[in-house]
Write a protein that binds this ligand. Structure first.
Ligand code: MG
Length: 319
C-alpha cells in the first residue's frame, strides 16, 4: 500500500481535493494561499494553518506570547498574499492538561494582539485536551470582487520581486539551535505584509507569501502560471547580519535565502515597466525574471544551475 512518504504533501493535497465539486460561489478552491468565495457583494478569503509542538516550534526557544503572535501571523500572511484585508479568526487549541493558566492566557494574548495590529479580531474557537500543544487558526479576509492576486498570473518578461530581506528566519532558527545570541526576532515573530499585499493589488500579476522558502514558493507560481524563472544570485537580498551569522555558523546564507522558509515576505511578479522600489513600509527587491522555459535557474556569474524543491512534510528524508 502507498503511504504519505511516497506521495508527499503535495500528492496528498491532490488526493484530497480531486473530488471537490464546483459551486457557483467558489471563485477559487484549493491550491492558492487562500480560498476565494463570493459572498454578498464581497470576495471572502478563507485560510487555515496548524502549528504543532516539536514539528513547527519548540517551547524551549519561544515564549507563549511570541508563539501566539506567530500562529496568527502565518495566517495573516496568507491573506496578505492574496491582496486581502484580514477580518476574523477562530482558534482551536489542543493543550496538555498540565499547561499553566498563565501560559494559555499569554498565548491567547499574543494571537489577539497580532490580529489587532492588522485590523483583524479573534472571535471564537475550541479547546481540547492533547498530549502536545497544537494551535490551529482559521482566518477570514475580504477584498472587492475581482480584487485578489492569484499564483497563476505570471507571464514571461515579468520581473520577480521580494519584499525586504531573505534568510533571516533560517538564520534565527540556526542561532536558536546553536544556543547562540543574535537576531532571532524574525524567526520567532514574523511580520505579515498585509499593507503591502493590499497595495500590490492591480500591480502584481502573481503573488505568494514565502513560507516554504524562495525555491519552493517560486516553483508554485511557475507551475500554476505555466512558466519558468531565472534568479540572479547577486540580487538575492541578504542582510549583513544574516551573512555574519552564516559565517559564524559556517553556513551558506544563499541556501538560507533559497530554502530557509518562514520569512513570510511577499514574492510577486510585475511587468518590467512597473517595478516599485518600495511598497508601503517595505523595500522591494527585483531578483530575476519569468521566462517561458520551464524550471527555475539560479544565475551565478557565468554559471546557471537548475534549482528545485519545496519543503514537503511527508517525504522520506525530511525531518
Ligand atoms: Mg502561503
Amino acid at each position: 500500500m502507498t503511504d504519505l512518504r511516497e506521495i508527499g504533501e503535495f500528492g496528498l493535497i491532490r488526493l484530497l481535493t480531486d473530488h471537490s465539486l464546483p459551486h457557483p460561489q467558489v471563485i477559487l478552491g484549493p491550491g492558492d494561499d487562500a480560498a476565494v468565495l463570493s459572498i454578498g457583494d464581497r470576495w471572502v478569503l478563507y485560510t487555515t494553518d496548524m502549528l504543532i509542538e516539536d514539528v513547527h516550534f519548540t517551547l524551549k526557544t519561544t515564549t507563549p506570547y511570541q508563539l501566539g503572535q506567530k500562529a496568527l501571523a502565518v495566517n495573516l500572511s496568507d491573506i496578505a498574499a492574496m491582496g486581502g484585508q484580514p477580518t476574523f479568526a477562530v482558534v482551536s487549541l489542543g493543550l496538555p492538561p498540565n499547561t499553566s493558566t498563565e501560559f494559555a492566557r499569554e498565548l491567547y494574548q499574543g494571537m489577539a494582539d497580532m490580529a489587532h495590529t492588522h485590523g483583524a479580531r479573534v472571535v471564537g474557537g475550541d479547546t481540547v485536551k492533547s498530549s502536545s500543544l497544537i494551535i490551529n487558526v482559521a482566518l477570514l479576509g475580504e477584498t472587492e470582487p475581482g480584487g485578489a492576486v492569484f499564483r497563476n498570473g505570471a507571464k514571461p518578461g515579468d520581473v520577480i520581486c521580494v519584499t525586504n530581506t531573505l534568510g533571516d528566519s533560517a538564520a534565527g532558527l540556526a542561532l536558536l539551535a546553536a544556543n547562540m545570541p543574535g537576531p532571532t526576532a524574525k524567526h520567532l515573530v514574523p511580520q505579515p505584509r498585509v499593507r503591502e499585499g493590499r497595495l500590490l493589488l492591480g500591480l502584481a500579476t502573481a503573488m505568494i507569501d514565502l513560507s516554504d522558502g524562495l525555491a519552493g514558493d517560486l516553483a508554485h507560481i511557475c507551475a500554476q502560471s505555466g512558466v519558468g524563472a531565472r534568479i540572479k544570485k547577486e540580487l538575492l537580498p541578504i542582510s549583513k547580519e544574516v551573512r555574519l551569522v552564516a559565517e559564524a555558523l559556517n553556513q551558506d546564507p544563499v541556501q538560507w535565502a533559497l530554502r530557509g522558509g518562514e520569512d513570510f515576505e511577499l514574492l510577486f511578479t510585475v511587468p518590467p515597466d512597473r517595478v516599485p522600489s518600495k511598497i508601503g513600509p517595505s523595500t522591494v527587491h527585483p531578483i530575476g525574471e519569468i521566462v517561458a522555459e520551464p524550471g527555475i535557474r539560479l544565475i551565478d556569474g557565468e554559471t546557471m544551475t537548475v534549482i528545485e524543491g519545496a519543503y514537503d512534510h511527508f517525504r522520506l528524508g525530511d525531518s
